[in-house]
Design a protein around this ligand. Sequence first.
Ligand code: FE2
Ligand code: FE2
Length: 194
Amino acid sequence: MKTPKDKLIKLLQDAHAGEKAAAYAYNGHARSLTDAVEINDLKKIEDEEWDHRKRLAIMLTELGSGPRASREFFMTLVGHTISSLCRLGGYLNGFNFGWFMSMYGAGKLERGNIVEYEVAAQYAFEAGYPHFVPSLLDMSEIEWDHELYFRQKSFSSKWARWIPIWSEPPARELIQKNFLKFSGRDRLDESSFA
Ligand SMILES: [Fe+2]
Ligand SMILES: [Fe+2]
């Protein structure tokens, strides 16, 4: 049977590979855009995904593990594929559909990332690595911000009248509140988890 630590390692490995795919995808997404503000927004989001990957690598080392090669390979392909599709969408942007689909696809993926880090924080707590929790919840909140950005962009398009937007996540403050309820702690600062 899998221990909480096994489950944590597997999830962090998946997230570590997923962050690379996301960073590659956003790199292509930024190149598909023409608006300078949006290009900067996407570059900032890409940087945040690389930062998440670094944090996860440090956690995996502390767990006596590291990235899972097969997953890294697969997600590298996924990242390059999405990147190419975004760039293609930038060239074939009739009626702004390429722009919309890149924003839409990104938002849907980010919706899943919020939950992934909430679950990782619970696994870390159960596995005896509670000092990972503040960083994992912080990453969940940053993914929440990414999801909001892409949802707002998607809603700003006329295509949103025809293509339903995914369901909105629960409020941002619930990420920490729900974890505190789960863990029975009353504070989230590093010292309370040391
Ligand atoms: Fe991320
Ligand atoms: Fe993200």
